[in-house]
Design a protein around this ligand. Sequence first.
Ligand code: NAD
Ligand code: WQD
Length: 338
Amino acid sequence: MAVLVTGGAGYIGSQTCVHLLEAGKEIVVIDNFSNSSPKSSQAVREITGKDFPLIECDIRDEEKLDEVFSQYDIDSVIHFAGLKAVGESCQKPLEYYDNNIGGTVKLLSVMRKHGVKCIVFSSSATVYGEKHTAPFNEEMEAGGTTNPYGTTKLFIEQILKDLAASDPEWSVSLLRYFNPIGAHISGKIGEAPNGIPNNLMPYISQVAVGKREKLSVFGDDYDTPDGTGVRDYIHVADLADGHVVALDRALSVKGCEIFNLGTGKGVSVLELVNAFQKATGVKVPYVITARRPGDIATSYADPSKAERILGWKAKRDIFDACRDTWNWQKNNPNGFDD
Ligand code: NAD
Ligand code: WQD
C-alpha cells in the first residue's frame, strides 16, 4: 500500500517524502512542477537511498489522476498541491480558486471513485483570521480570512468536513501549519522561491547570500515586545514528522480531526534576524519600513492537541532552522537551478 503525495516535489512535500520513506512507507508523488523541480525528488532519493514513482500530473486532470489511482495500490493521500502566494492570490483569485479548490474537488472525486477515503490536508494558521488572540487553538471558530489564498484553505477545510460528515468511512486530518522554515539537514532540499521571496526566512537567507541588498522589516510599531511582528516558526522537519504521525492516525481513526502544527512559541522578526546572524555568523542588513497590509501583530499556536492526541511535539528550534536554511542556501544560491 502506498501514500499518494500531491505536490510532493515542493518545499514541505519533499521534506515529508524523506520522513515517510524513512518511516518505511511506500510513496507515489505527483506534481505539475508549477512551483518546483523534479530535481527535489531526485535529492529525496539520494538522501534516503530509496526509489519511488514521480509523475507529472496536475490535480485538475481527472483522467490522469484516474490512471495514477488505477496503476498504484494507494490507500491514503497527503495533499500538499496548491498555489500559496498571498499577494498573487489577490491579483489572480480565479486561478487560486480553480487550482486549489477546483483541484481538490477533482482529487477527492477520483479518491472516492477508487475507494480511497483517507486524506491529510495542508491547511494553514491563516484560517484563524484576524479576530482571535494568540495562542490559537482548534476550538476557535475559523473564518475572516484576509486574502483569496487563505479563503481557499478555509473552503477546502469546509469541503473536507462536509465530506467526512456525509460518509463515515472517510478519515480527514486538517493540519494547520504555522510558519514553516528551515531545510533538510543535508542541505540537499529546501525552499526555493521564484523571484522575490514573500516570506521572511527566504528573504533573510537571500540577503545573507548576497542576492538581495537588505531586508525590509515590515513595521516596528506593533503591540509586541520589540514592535515587530511575532510568528510561530516551525522547522520543516518537525512539520514533516507531524505528517507521518497524522497519517498513521488517519489510517486508523475515521472522521475529521484538526491539528495545529506549531511550536507554541512566538518569535519576532528581529529575533529571527538575530538568531540567523548568531547561528551562521553572517550579517543581515535591514531597514524598518511601513507595515505590510493584511499582517497581524501576533500569531502562534496552542500545539497541545497535537501533543495529546498524536504524541507530536516540535523538537527543533529556530537556531536549528537558521543553520539548516543557511546550509541549503549557501550550497544552492539559485535553488534547484544550480
Ligand atoms: P510549494 O509551492 O513548494 O509546494 C506546492 C507544490 O504543489 C509545488 O511543488 C507545486 O508545483 C505543486 N502544485 C501546485 N498546484 C498543483 C496542481 N494543480 N497539480 C499538481 N501539483 C501542483 O509550497 P509548500 O510551502 O511546500 O506548501 C505545501 C502546501 O502547504 C501548500 O498547500 C501550501 O498552501 C500549504 N502551506 C504552506 C505554508 C508555508 O508557509 N510554506 C504554510 C501553510 C500551509
Ligand atoms: C512573517 C513576519 C512580516 C517578509 C504567510 C502566509 C500564511 C502562511 C505562512 C501559507 C511578518 C515579516 C516578512 C519581509 C518582514 N503561508 N516580514 N519582511 O505573513 O506570517 O504568513 O506565510 O499558508 O498564510 O500569510 O509569513 O514570512 O510572510 O511574514 O518584516 O520581507 O515577517 O511582516 O511579521 P506570514 P511571512
